[in-house]
Design a protein around this ligand. Sequence first.
Ligand code: HEM
Ligand code: HEM
Ligand SMILES: [Fe+2]
Length: 447
Amino acid sequence: MKYQSQKVAYAYFLVAMGLFAIQVMGGLLAGWIYVAPNTLAELVPFNIIRMIHTNALIVWLLLGFFGAAYYLVPEESERELFSVKLAYIQLAILVVGTLGAVGSYLVGIHGGREFLEQPLWVKFGILVAAVIFLVNISLTVLAGRKTAITNILLMGLWLLCLLWVFAFINPDNLSLDKMYWWMVVHLWVEATWELVMAAILGFLMLKLTGVDREVIEKWLYVIVATALFSGILGTGHHFYWIGTPGYWQWIGSIFSTFEVIPFFAMMSFAFLMVWKGRKNHPNKAALLWSLGASTVAFFGAGVWGFLHTLHGVNFYTHGTQITAAHGHLAFYGAYVALNLAMFTYAMPQLKGRAPYNQVLNMASFWLMTGGMAFMTFTLTFAGTIQTHMQRIVGDYFMDVQDQLDLFYLMRFGSGVAVVLGALLFIYAMLVVRREVVEPGPLTVPGE
Ligand code: HEM
Ligand code: HEM
Ligand SMILES: [Fe+2]
C-alpha cells in the first residue's frame, strides 16, 4: 500500500464480507425451504428471504467494486484520493440504506420488483452515495496519471450509476416496466459491470504477473469493445416474451450470442498473462482467484448463458431452474470470485503484511467453487426435467416441483459447502494466526 487514502478500501471490504456471509446464509435458508416448504412460512416467508439473499448479493458486490476503486485508483493515478471523508460518508449512507432495506423487508415493505425491491428512500440514498462516489473518484483520476485501467473502470462505474436512474422509472404498462427493469438488471451484469470486471482483472494481472502495461491495455480495449458491442443489444434476449415486437427475438439471439466473446477473451487474457508473466508474485491465492473468476465466468455467463439464449430454446426454458443455474454460476464466477480475488490481493497489503493464510484461502476457493459447480449441475438437471415435464408434456407447475425433490436436496447440500467455503474465506482474510505470519517485506517489491 503506497497511499494512506487507500485504507478506506479496508472498511468497504469488511462490510462487503459481512454482507457476503448474510447473503450465502440467506441462500441456504431459501434452499432449505425448497426441501421443506413450510419452514418459517408464517414468520419470514420465502419471498422475503429470497429478497435478502439477492439484495445482499448486489450490495456487497457493489461495495466490493467501490472498495476496489478506492484501492486501485490512488495507485494508478499516483496520488491520494480526493477525499477520504467523502468515501466514509458514502459508506455510512450505504450501510444505513442496507439496514433500512432489510428492516423494511422483514416487516413486509418492499417494491416487489426483483432486485429493485428497496423502498424509495433507500433508492435515493443509493443515488446520493453513487454521486458522492463518482465525484470523489473522478476528481482523483482527473488530477492524476490517467491509465487505461482507470479510464475503463471509471467508464463502467459512471455508466452503472447512471443506469440506476431506471430503477426509479416504473411505468404502469407492464411491457415498459419490464423493459426498464432489464435496462438495470441486464445492462449492469452484461455491459457496465463487465467493464469494471475487465479493469479490476487488468489491475490484478498487472500486479501479479508483471506483464507490460501496454500488453494489458491492448487486451482491455478488445474486451471492452466486444462487451459493449454485444451486451447492449443483447438485452434483447429478455424482450422475447414481454410484449415487445418480434424482431427482438432475432436481435436478442444474435447479439447475446456474441456476448460469449468478451468472457472468452477475459479467460484467455488471464491465462496468457500468467503464462507470459515474468514475476513470481508471492500471493498465489490471489492468482488462483483471478484465474478461477475468469474461468468460471466464461462457463457461467458464456456457456450457461448461451445454453438458453437463442429464442427457440428460451421459449421452453424461460424462467425454469435452468435460469437459476445460469444466474448462480454467472454471478459467482464473474463478480463474486473477482471481488474475492481483489480482497485476497489487497487485504494483506492494507494490513501491511506478507500474504497470509494462503492455504486456507485456497481451500476456500475449491470448497466454494466446487459447491457452486455442483449446485449448477443439480439445477441444470432439475431445469431440464422441469422444461420437459412442464413445457412439453404440459404437467402442472406444482406437480412437476414434487418430482424434483432429490435435486433440491442435493442443491441444499452443495449450498452447505458454499457457506462453509465462504466462512473459511472470511476467517482466512481476517484472522492472522501468529505462527503463520512470515517476516516478509511490507509491500512486495515493484508495487
Ligand atoms: C455466492 C454464491 C451465490 C450467488 C452468487 C447467488 C446468486 C443468486 C441469484 C442471482 C439468485 C436469483 C436467481 C434468479 O433469478 O434466477 C439467487 C436465488 C436463489 N439462491 Fe442463490 N446465490 C448464491 C449462493 C446460494 C446458496 C449457497 C444457496 C443455498 C442453497 C442459494 C440458494 C438460492 C435459492 C433457493 C434462490 C431462489 C431461487 C428461486 O427463486 O427459485 N444461493 N441466488
Ligand atoms: C456475468 C454475467 C451474467 C450474469 C451475472 C447473469 C445473470 C443472470 C440472472 C441472475 C438471470 C435471471 C434474471 C431473472 O429472471 O431474474 C439471467 C437471465 C438470463 N441470462 Fe444471464 N447473466 C450473465 C450473462 C449472460 C450471458 C453472456 C448470456 C448469453 C450468452 C446470458 C443469458 C441469459 C438469458 C437468456 C436469461 C433469461 C433466462 C430466462 O428466460 O428465464 N446471461 N442472467
Ligand atoms: Fe441478459
